[in-house]
Write a protein that binds this ligand. Structure first.
Ligand SMILES: [Fe+2]
Ligand SMILES: [Fe+2]
Length: 138
């Protein structure tokens, strides 16, 4: 399980690190739902959390890309594509199915975000570390 934030994820830009911690918190909420087989939650709880993931990630990606623009991050185009792919994945959620049988969908979303954290946040976002000096200059 990757649900606990640790120093390996730290970039050194306070706002971005705080936003990443918030995404970890959402992953933990999803894990909690899966652990209880979704039995203690209602449809509205799932929708609320999914909307939170969608809205918060949109906000976070915007903020992160803004910093990447300012610091002239070299892989910004590719990075942006990965952010778009994440948003598309969230938009694919079938709400009719979610209401009928939430567990498979919540479990799939949890696994997707886990993978995202290991592949994107840990390997791609952390590349920003080498650019942080460009922020303090201004
Ligand atoms: Fe990113
Ligand atoms: Fe990020």
């Amino acid at each position: 399980m990757v649900s606990t934030w640790n120093n390996a994820f730290e970039i050194g830009i306070e706002t971005i690190d705080a936003q990443h911690k918030e995404l970890f918190r959402m992953l933990r909420d999803l894990e909690q739902m899966v652990l209880t087989k979704c039995s203690q939650y209602e449809y509205n709880d799932f929708v609320k959390l999914i909307c939170e993931v969608r809205d918060y990630s949109t906000y976070h990606f915007y903020e992160e890309e803004k910093i990447m623009e300012v610091t002239e991050f070299l892989e910004l185009d590719n990075h942006r594509k990965q952010h778009i792919a994440f948003k598309e994945e969230i938009n694919k959620i079938n709400y009719i199915q979610l209401e009928k049988e939430p567990l498979p969908i919540i479990n799939e979303l949890k696994s997707y975000i886990e993978l995202w954290i290991m592949q994107h946040m840990l390997l791609e976002d952390t590349k920003l570390r080498t650019y942080t000096h460009k922020l303090t200059k201004n």
